[in-house]
Design a protein around this ligand. Structure first.
Ligand code: ADP
Ligand code: ADP
Length: 213
């Protein structure tokens, strides 16, 4: 099974991807996580990506496409994957179409999570993540049991530097301008499934399961 999760920042892509991965035994590939890992390790790519990410702008397509091409060659992805945060622009979608064609593979679903902007800003400014296990928390909607500490491994949670209100506003604008057009791109391939991304996490996941039947 090969799935793309589309939706604005804060729509719940990471949260839902983790549930899908468990049930469908496929891997999650998040370009945001890969880029943050490059920054942590201070690779050449991480250094180049830093200013774009801090401003809430997109990292240039050529860098992202080179990065994912390496990932798609890994045998762990043979059983399928869920893409979270990629593709994000038309050139990335075209590049990915070419990659799939070369590998003789097809996509199964493009899930579009829909959430109003006001809710996205509320969710993102309160997002906290575990740098160790990747678990995603929210100070308002699903806080950890002890303040600032991951329930699973006791590690101190982090507030992403791009989850501030000003940067979030820019990321929402970037989504509208550069990523939303991809819905049309995949509508033409008959792959788009619209999902109401509001309400309880499990209820949203049930909607996803229903459309994937
Ligand atoms: P994305 O990967 O699309 O940016 P995340 O999965 O990281 O989104 O979710 C953004 C924030 O919103 C996180 O703090 C997460 O805990 C919270 N969140 C996710 N789903 C919901 C939901 N259905 N209701 C309320 N908050 C949610
Ligand atoms: P969100 O949780 O808001 O959806 P991500 O973790 O997916 O955010 O992305 C964080 C930042 O990483 C983006 O604002 C952008 O700078 C960069 N990024 C992630 N994926 C891509 C991509 N496919 N193309 C370009 N930039 C990306």
């Amino acid at each position: 099974m090969r799935i793309i999760l589309l939706g604005p920042p804060g729509a719940g892509k990471g949260t839902q991807a983790k549930l899908i991965v468990k049930d469908y035994h496929i891997l999650q590939l998040s370009t945001g996580d890969l880029l943050r890992e490059n920054r942590r390790q201070a690779t050449a790519l991480g250094d180049k990506a830093q200013t774009y990410m801090d401003a809430g702008d997109l990292v240039p397509d050529s860098l992202v496409l080179d990065m994912v091409e390496v990932e798609f060659n890994k045998p762990e992805l043979d059983a399928g994957y869920i893409l979270d945060g990629f593709p994000r622009t038309c050139p990335q979608a075209d590049g990915f179409d070419g990659l799939l064609k070369n590998m003789n593979l097809q996509l199964d679903h493009v899930l579009v999570l829909e959430v109003p902007d006001a809710e996205l800003i509320r969710r993102l400014t309160a997002r906290r993540t575990c740098p160790e296990c990747g678990h995603i928390y929210n100070l308002i909607f699903n806080p950890p049991q002890s303040e600032g500490i991951c329930d699973h491994d006791g590690v101190t949670l982090v507030h992403r530097s791009d989850d501030t209100e000003v940067t979030v506003q820019n990321r929402l604008k970037v989504y509208q301008e550069q990523t939303k057009p991809l819905i049309d791109h995949y509508e033409q391939q008959g792959l788009v499934r619209h999902i109401d991304g509001t309400g309880d996490v499990q209820a949203i996941y049930q909607r996803i399961r229903n459309v994937m039947k």
